[in-house]
Design a protein around this ligand. Sequence first.
Ligand SMILES: Cc1ncc(COP(=O)(O)O)c(C=O)c1O
Length: 458
Amino acid sequence: MPNAFQAFRTAHEPCSSQLSTTARQASARTLAGCAPLLQRCSSARGNPFSTPMGGRQSKAPAAASPATPQAGAGFLQLEPYSPPAWASHVPLVPASRFRLGMLPTPTHEWRLPGLPEGIRLLIKRDDLSGMQMSGNKVRKLEFLMAEAVQGGYDCVVTIGGIQSNHARATAVAARYLGLDCHLILRTSRQAVDSDPGLVGNLLVERMAGAQLHLVTKEEYGTMGSGPLLEQLRLELAAAGRRPYVIPVGGSSPLGVWGYLEAVHEILQQVQSSPLLRELGPITDIAMACGSGGTTAGLALGSALSPLGARVHAYGVCDTPNYFYDYINGLLEGLGAKPGGELLGGREARGMMRAVQARGSGYAISTESELRTVQEVSAATGVVLDPVYSGKAVHALLAEIRSNPAEWRGRTVLFVHTGGLLGMYDKLDQLGPLVQKHGPPVVRMQVPEASVRQPVQSS
Ligand SMILES: Cc1ncc(COP(=O)(O)O)c(C=O)c1O
C-alpha cells in the first residue's frame, strides 16, 4: 500500500493542461496531510547566518563566514541530514541526504544584452549541477533517492512528458545507485505505439537502461499521473519488486528540501565571495516554474532565512493561481501551514510572485522566445533551454524592460535550472535562427601543397 507521502505524490498534475480545474484544485488540497517519511525536526545544523527572519545576510559579520564547500565534496555519500538553523522550525525535515550533485554550483554576474541601467543580474548555474546535466532535479533527488535507498526499495518509478528532464535525471541517479528505473512518458496518440527514438533526454534515459512506458496525452489527461503511477507500482509489486514512486518533477514536500538547501548555499556563496558581496545584497530571485518544487523551496528558504529576497516564479505550463495553490499544498505538506505562525501569517502569495510565462503553451516555443535564447547565448555564452529557463528569461527581460523603474537598484539572481538536452527536440525551429543570425560557416582554405594527396590505387 502506498503511504500517505506517496498519496501526495500521486495527486499533482503540473504541466498537463488536459486536467480539469477541479481535479487540479483537489490535487493541491491533497498535499496537506502528507509527509510522514520526513522526520520531525530536532536538530539544526550550526549556521553562522542565523539572524532573525527578514534580516540580510550581508550584515552578518565577515569573521563568521564559513568556507564554501568544494563542488562534489562528499559525492555519493548517504548522510544523516540536519537543516540550516533558520529552517530548524520547519516541522518536517528529511532524515537523510544522498550527495549526488556537484554542489555548490557557480554563481556569478551575468551581463545580459539590453538590460536597463541600474539593475544588476547574477546567475546561479544549477544547469551545471552534475549527474549528467540534471539541473535543478539533482537537488530534489538528493533527498528522494536517500529515502528510496534507506527504505530498501529496488526500483524507482516516475512520470513526465516525453522530453521530461526530471525523468532523465531520475533514470541516471537511479542507475548510479544501483536501482532500476521505470519511466511513464506522455506522448501523442500517433507516436505512442512506435519507438520514441533517441532525441534529447530519451537517448540518456535509454543509455542508462531505464524501462520506458508510453501513454497518450489523452490517457494521462483523463487518468492523471497519480493513478498511472499507482498502476505501474502495483504491476511491479505483483512481479515481486519494491518500487519507490516519485511524483511529477520530484516536487513533493521532501523534494522541496533540495531548494531550501540551495538557499543555504546561496547565503554561503555570497558570504564567502567579495565579488558577489560587491554587487549588493540579492533582492530578487527569479526562475522557471514547472511543477513548483523549486519555487516552493526558494520562496520558503528566502522567507525564513536572512536572504529575504522577493521570489519571481515564471510559470511555463500552468496559471499563477494554480501555482499559488500547489505551493501552499507543499508548504502544508512540510508542516509550514500557509498563513500560520511559522510563515509570519503569510501564504504562497505573500512569499512569492507567480508570473505567466507560458507563451504559446508548454514546450511550445515562439520565435521571439527562441531569439532570446539565441541572443543570450551569443552574448554571454550561457545557453538556456527553450522549455524552461528560456521562457523565464524572456518573460523576466520583458518585465524589466517594460518597467525599468520598478527594478532599478535591484540585484536579481536568476537560477538556471538546466534542461539543455531538451533543446535537441527544437532543432527544427532553432536551426534556421542560428543559421540566420550566427556567423556564416566558411570553408577553410588550406594550401594545396601542404596536403598529402591520396595514393591512387591501380
Ligand atoms: C530544466 C527545468 N527547469 C525548471 C523546471 C521547473 O522546476 P519545478 O518543476 O521544480 O517547478 C523543470 C521541471 O519542471 C525543468 O526540467
